[in-house]
Design a protein around this ligand. Structure first.
Ligand SMILES: Nc1ncnc2c1ncn2[C@@H]1O[C@H](COP(=O)(O)OP(=O)(O)OP(=O)(O)O)[C@@H](O)[C@H]1O
Ligand SMILES: [Mg+2]
Length: 368
């Protein structure tokens, strides 16, 4: 009987207990009652019966109501405890409230018992709800802190990568160029000069490509100039040129310029999902799709690879060093969207991001 209120009576007089039970039933309570009148029985019943409310006499033979209150609060601090007594004086009543009793009701006025129990239960429920909300908030803060820490680390890692690439690739190219120029200065004849100039041109050409790739990786200029579809199409094509996987891109023709927040979020989500599919999925087919209807932009990145356990990966990502999957959700949220990742080991992966488009976006918010 899970829905019936469990009431524990601390009462030595059986007929008084019956009157109390009767008063509650008359007031509409569907309750089950247990009665105890010793400390040992009270201790045992609080554990085994798990009462939702305790109604206690003030004076019991060999055992005081105040001791019962202390005992119940020690064992189950959240259970409301109401004194129901014939003998409680005003001073003792006030003292009992100070000690944590929820209320006191005189046996001569049991008509008030129902509302006293109801109020005590409501207060307990409110406290529990507040505690739950506080715990959820604390958890959200904790998550936020972990995420910020992860973001800062990811940013540092990105900077370190950039610094290394600048130093190793571009720096080396310039060193080689300097050597070639020195040799050019000392060239003995026109033929040698021509060879050196060719070499210089080649070095500059490849350095240029490296710088372009670096800058594309940081932020594709196409995104700001021509918008999401154009930037994403070139990104996919660039990835497809170097990969052995069949990668395809499709976009609804009516997608125009969108809010810059949506464009960058969508681009980054596609970029990360595509990288993940190439790095982890061992797929032979990847599709990147951009769809638009009345007020929703939908990005889909699907692969037919090995799939993975999304929950486990997200939790691991929060603790570990990877940022991708956790970052997808944050990216989308920042632009007012949501991401859903569907994947099962052995059955491929589908990342779907949805953004609600606001009509006052930059330029037309995408046809439709
Ligand atoms: N498309 C996919 N197919 C198979 N496994 C995937 C796919 N996407 C993600 N995973 C799995 O989920 C894990 C977490 O992905 P996430 O992008 O968070 O990290 P990462 O790619 O390993 O590192 P980072 O993105 O931070 O450089 C990956 O290590 C991989 O095991
Ligand atoms: Mg990743």
């Amino acid at each position: 009987m899970p829905d019936r209120l469990r009431v524990l009576l601390v009462e030595d007089i059986a007929t008084d207990a019956e009157l109390i039970a009767h008063a509650l039933k008359r007031d509409g309570f569907d309750a089950v009652f247990e009665r105890v009148d010793t400390e040992a029985a009270l201790t045992a019943r609080v554990a085994s019966f798990a009462p939702q409310v305790v109604l206690s006499d003030f004076s019991l033979p060999g055992f005081s109501g105040m001791a019962a209150l202390e005992l119940v609060h020690g064992l189950s601090p959240e259970t409301p405890f109401i004194f129901v007594s014939g003998t409680i004086g005003e001073e003792r009543a006030i003292e009992s409230l100070k000690c944590g009793a929820s209320d006191y009701v005189l046996k001569t006025n049991l008509a008030r018992l129902g509302s006293a129990v109801r109020q005590a239960l409501e207060r307990t429920a409110e406290r529990a709800a507040r505690a739950r909300a506080e715990a959820e908030l604390a958890e959200a803060h904790q998550r936020q802190r972990m995420l910020s820490r992860r973001l800062i680390r990811a940013q540092e890692r990105e900077r370190a990568d950039l610094a290394r690439e600048l130093h190793d690739e571009v720096g080396q190219a310039f060193t080689a160029l300097k050597i070639q120029l020195e040799m050019l200065r000392r060239a003995k004849d026109a033929d040698e000069t021509a060879v050196r100039i060719d070499e210089c041109a080649e070095i500059v050409g490849s350095a240029l490509t490296q710088v372009r790739n670096l800058s594309l990786g940081l932020r594709p200029p196409q995104l700001d100039e021509f918008g999401l579809v154009s930037a994403l199409r070139s990104h996919v094509e660039r990835m497809a040129r170097t990969a052995t996987t069949d990668i395809g891109f499709e976009a609804d023709p009516q997608i125009g310029r969108l809010h810059p927040d949506v464009e960058i979020a969508c681009f980054r989500i596609a970029q990360e999902s595509l990288t993940n599919a190439l790095r982890h999925a061992q797929a032979d087919r990847i599709r990147v799709l951009l769809r638009i209807n009345a007020d929703t932009l939908m990005l889909v990145v699907q692969d037919n690879g090995r799939g993975f356990d999304v929950r486990a990966a997200s939790e691991q990502a929060l603790r570990g060093t990877s940022m991708g999957v956790a970052g997808l959700h944050e990216r989308a949220l920042l632009a007012g969207g949501i991401v859903r990742i569907e994947s099962e080991p052995g059955r491929g992966t589908e990342v779907v991001a949805r953004f609600t488009l606001k009509p006052q976006g930059r330029g037309p918010s995408g046809g439709g």
